[in-house]
Design a protein around this ligand. Structure first.
Ligand SMILES: *Cc1c(COP(=O)(O)O)cnc(C)c1O
Length: 395
């Protein structure tokens, strides 16, 4: 059996997305900035795509900026908000402890440039508390950025409430919604969102393309200087095959969202139930406010890396921590943020299932994880210490 359970790292392109990409490459290859017919046709499709995206998140077309993906959208949002803040003499930014590195590393850079950063705790359940945001905001705060759903543990944040607090205090609110767009309903107006980042390859679109929503009146900086594309904010000939492919994928994802979520939740809960039977294991992040596709477990006394390799040999593609940090031996900052100690965080497994997962596949996963965990524990020195009482069990 071959099971791809790493959809939080990337997804397979849908047939509709592949078709939109190749159709564009074959038939609409003109430069949208050119005045002759094939250029103007490309321009028309580009603007239609912008309008489609805007409609899906309840924004205006001119509020959508195409980017090279989620990381770029995050960088653009944070750097623009920081620039705007500086002009008003405000240099304090609030975020959360378990953001994606595209956010955390950009914040580091801003700190080196005179900004101060407060990271809100995410608690054992993996959710930011709006009351703590209220306390952290002050007159010097220019931006709050909290992700919509976490990429490692799948917990969904109270975006609407956080946005409302920001609005009341006149502070810009950005959310990295890369794991959420195409998976849970989003409405930038109803949820009080000023800026939102998305990436196509997390919802069955192509890699290297995404978008940033920035509410009218939020002045973006010129990230790339050059021509007048994207209203001068991001110069360079537009990636039209990628953009049209992204829109095709997003339309499909949104149309199937409810049905897919219902099915995936059933399979997810079956996986959680099955994996909970393994002794000294625990689910990371709360079960309720959680993406339908995310299961993240810690198993005491093992190494996540070895678990992944052995699961791969059995046809299961999964992840420990996030794809960006695997390869490095630092434990995941997300698991540390929810209070897991290093040893426990190391023995973690993320399964991010897709909508085509079956119950039989879930059973195969449970069975194999159980066997592999048992096998790894059989020669783990840490497990021996736990069993002989030299070390105390935490889970
Ligand atoms: C994948 C991901 C990103 C980065 O998106 P890219 O398109 O790969 O640059 C940012 N934030 C989150 C939450 C993600 O899951």
């Amino acid at each position: 059996m071959q099971i791809y359970a790493d959809n939080a790292a990337t997804t397979k392109m849908s047939e509709a997305a592949i078709k939109a990409m190749t159709d564009c490459a074959k038939s609409y290859w003109g430069n949208p900035s050119s005045l002759y017919t094939i250029g103007q046709k490309a321009k028309e499709l580009l603007e239609e795509a912008r309008a489609d995206i805007a409609r899906i998140i309840n924004a205006e077309p001119r509020e959508i900026l195409f980017t090279s993906g989620g990381s770029e959208a995050d960088n653009q949002a944070l750097l623009s908000a920081a620039m705007l803040g500086k002009k008003q003499g405000k240099t304090h930014i609030i975020s959360s402890a378990f953001e994606h590195h595209a956010i955390l590393h950009t914040l580091k850079r801003l700190e080196q440039n005179g900004f101060s950063v407060t990271l809100l705790p995410v608690h054992e359940n993996g959710v930011v508390d709006p009351e703590e945001l209220k306390e952290a905001i002050d007159d010097n705060t220019c931006l709050v950025t909290v992700m919509t759903a976490n990429n490692e543990i799948g917990t969904i944040q109270p975006i609407k409430e956080l946005g409302a607090i920001c609005r009341e205090r006149g502070v810009l609110f950005h959310t990295d919604a890369v794991q959420a767009v195409g998976h849970i309903p989003l409405d930038v107006k109803a949820q009080n969102i000023d800026m939102l980042s998305a990436s196509a390859h997390k919802f069955h679109g192509p890699k290297g393309v995404g978008f940033l929503y920035a509410k009218k009146g939020v002045r973006l900086s010129n990230l790339i200087e050059g021509g007048a594309q994207e209203r001068g904010k991001r110069a360079g000939t537009e990636n039209l095959p990628g953009i049209l492919s992204m829109v095709a994928a997003l339309k499909e994802a949104v149309a199937g969202m409810d049905k897919h979520a219902e099915h995936m939740k059933k399979v997810r809960d079956h996986l959680i139930e099955g994996l909970s039977q393994i002794p000294h294991s625990a689910l990371n992040g709360e079960a309720e406010r959680r993406l339908a596709g995310n299961v993240n477990f810690s198993f005491e006394g093992i190494e996540g890396e070895s678990l992944l390799i052995l699961l791969d040999q059995r046809g299961i593609s999964a992840s420990s921590g996030s794809a960006c940090t695997s390869g490095a031996l630092d434990p995941s900052h997300v698991l540390l943020a929810i209070g897991r100690i290093h040893d426990v965080a190391h023995g973690s497994l993320r399964l991010s299932i897709g909508e085509d997962i079956t119950m039989e596949e879930a059973d195969y996963i449970i069975e194999n994880v159980r066997e592999v965990v048992e096998y790894l524990r059989s020669f783990s020195p840490v497990w021996r210490d736990l069993m002989t009482g030299k070390k105390e069990f935490i889970l």
